[in-house]
Write a protein that binds this ligand. Structure first.
Ligand SMILES: [Zn+2]
Length: 437
């Protein structure tokens, strides 16, 4: 009897110890370290924005977080936060102390509530070398003369005192990125868009460095206001029957061809313009154009750049849109020559534009060829001036066989007439690119 009691006692003791150890293990030991993050991830800062520190402990919770800002041998700022039980997520915005220009170190040390490491817990440390920089880039003009036409293009050349992360020309809501050249200068091909106000919208060069310091500069320019043609377009049932079926898949809930037309002319047009803006990013820093653009030979201009179109259906005004490009017609399914040498950056269906090719000529300059019946080039292919890209047609929102041709500057349509004109090109683009003695 006594032996059996003794055995029972030992079993009881082992169970109690096991339960105790289990309790300690579950509630006081965890193997997972806290996760420490600091935002923004950019290493350069001008101190205008605080740093955001985020600490997460997946286990038993955090015990303390210590943040230090060290420059040279000096600790410029320390924040120590002791945390109560049950805190798994902690974050704080830390303003930088006064620093001198140059490198400093951000150190973060987070400890959790585990009793591992002789009770000290799991420790995570983050040490990041950062750069304090509060000096904005300065902008020096290299090009002096900038004669612009409303709806046309221009080129500015400038240099910056330091590397920029964002730089280019802003006009109203439009922004045209500049591209850095091997000689260190920045070239910015920009448009004075057809809908910009020649007296109210003043072009400015913007430059922002990695630390967020921004400089803005005006430049010397003259802009000639232009007026654009008003055009009346009658929508016939014949046109709706021939051109709307191709768009039915875009608007499966709409059965009425006239309603489909309005959706295409408004919503699809906007979507397609947004796609053209995306394609604009696929440009090279080198301008490949070295001669005037080639205008499709023997063709009549059926519609002009920035024609302001009013659409009528059954003699009633139903819509207004602006025609961004020129329409050139000759014979049906005529060959379409490349306006200049460049790289094919888009081929395929582009909604209202139908079968389309976009060529990149560098510096954000691109040409677009729309309503094609066939395409003879592939994306990434390098083409020469005059090379056959395909044949004209009526795909997309086209009335009759023609080529819809656009010249684009960073995705913004400009008047192609300038790019066909040898003296405009020489005076406004090529003469600026020649090295100066
Ligand atoms: Zn057109």
């Amino acid at each position: 009897m006594a032996i059996r009691m003794k055995k029972g006692f030992w079993i009881f003791l082992v169970l109690v110890l096991a339960a105790g150890l289990g309790y300690v293990y579950v509630f006081h030991v965890d193997q997972e370290k806290p996760v420490v993050q600091a935002f923004p991830e950019e290493t350069h800062t001008n101190g205008d924005e605080p740093l955001e520190i985020r600490v997460h402990d997946p286990g038993l919770g955090l015990r303390s977080v210590e943040i230090s800002v060290i420059q040279g041998q000096e600790v410029k700022k320390t924040v120590l936060e002791e945390l109560g039980a049950g805190v798994h997520d902690w974050s704080s915005f830390i303003d930088l102390p006064d620093l001198v220009q140059g490198e400093f170190t951000l150190q973060i040390r987070a400890v959790d509530r585990s009793i591992l490491n002789w009770g000290r817990g799991n420790v995570s440390e983050l040490s990041r070398t950062m750069v304090f920089d509060s000096i904005p880039p300065s902008i020096s003009m290299v090009s002096n003369v900038h004669n612009l036409n409303q709806g046309g293009a221009g080129l500015v050349i400038y240099s910056l005192s330091k590397e920029a992360q964002h730089t280019g020309v802003r006009i109203g809501d439009y922004f045209f990125p500049a591209l850095k050249q091997p000689d260190g200068n920045y070239y910015c091909l920009f448009a004075f868009p057809y809908d910009a106000d020649p007296t109210g919208d003043i072009p400015r060069i913007e430059a922002r460095d990695r630390a967020g310091n921004e400089q803005v500069s005006g430049f010397n320019y003259h802009v000639n206001p232009r007026s654009f043609r008003q055009a009346r377009l009658n929508i016939s049932d014949n046109f709706l029957r021939s051109q709307m079926p191709q768009f039915e898949s875009h608007f499966p809930d709409e059965n009425d061809f006239f309603e489909v037309f309005l959706l295409v002319n408004r919503d699809l047009r906007e979507k397609n313009r947004a796609r053209i803006k995306e394609i604009a990013a696929r440009t090279s820093a080198d301008l490949s154009l070295d001669s005037p653009m080639l205008r499709k030979p023997n063709s009549a201009q059926m519609a002009g750049f920035a024609d302001h179109r009013t659409y009528y259906y059954n003699d009633e005004e139903v819509d207004r849109q602006v025609h961004m490009g020129v329409d050139l017609a000759s014979t049906a399914q005529a060959p379409v020559p490349a306006a200049g040498g460049g790289r094919v950056v888009f081929t395929g269906d582009l909604g209202i534009y139908g079968q389309t090719v976009v060529l990149d000529h560098g510096l954000g300059l691109q040409t677009l060829y729309a309503h094609l019946s066939s395409v003879h080039v592939q994306e990434e292919e390098e083409v020469e001036r005059g090379q056959n890209l395909g044949r004209t047609g009526t795909t997309g929102l086209a009335v009759g066989d023609h080529l819809h041709f656009e010249v684009l500057v960073s995705g913004v349509s400009v008047n192609p007439v300038e790019w066909w004109d040898p003296s405009w090109l020489e005076n406004n683009i090529f003469s600026k690119l020649k090295p100066k003695d």
